[in-house]
Design a protein around this ligand. Structure first.
Ligand code: 4NP
Length: 148
């Protein structure tokens, strides 16, 4: 199973989702691969935002080694599941799909809600971490029953 986490910049939300799920996958000894990317290209090659690194560190997750990547249409082939953080990410990723099979891989990470963008609001990093962490736990529980 290869999972891609996607947000706009790939420096705040998707690096958190990437790092948190990756840690849980390791703890559960699942052989899933978890990575991330952004629909925007401004931050390619950069480490996550220092506020994202810091909130993750507070809860025992190290995301400092991640480097931002730009979402590519070729990623539809590479990943089984593409989780997007908000509806704009959903629209931007779906616009690059080549067929129905690609579209079926794209899901809102929170299913029926969005992960708010904390980039312009320092106070959102903690609640964003919590909502991503809770959802990663659910993803592990529901999907590890179905597929290794
Ligand atoms: P992210 O947050 O999509 O959660 O990584 C953002 C990061 C950068 C920008 C916007 C959102 N930006 O405009 O540069």
């Amino acid at each position: 199973m290869k999972i891609l986490m996607v947000c706009l910049g790939n420096i705040c939300r998707s690096p958190l989702a990437h790092g948190i799920l990756k840690q849980k996958v390791k703890d559960k000894q699942l052989n899933w691969i978890v990575e991330s990317a952004g629909t925007g290209d401004w931050h390619i090659g950069e480490a996550p935002d220092r506020r994202a690194i810091s909130i993750a560190k507070k809860y025992g997750v190290d995301i400092s080694g991640q480097r931002a990547r730009h979402f590519q249409p070729a990623f539809f082939e590479e990943y089984d599941l593409i989780f997007v953080m908000d509806r704009q990410n959903f629209a931007d990723v779906c616009a690059q799909a080549a067929n129905k099979a690609d579209l079926e891989k794209v899901q809102l990470f929170l299913a029926d809600d969005i992960v708010p963008d904390p980039y312009f609001d320092d106070n959102l990093f903690d609640p964003v971490f919590q909502m991503i962490d809770k959802r990663c736990m659910e993803v592990i529980e529901t999907m590890s029953k179905k597929k290794e």
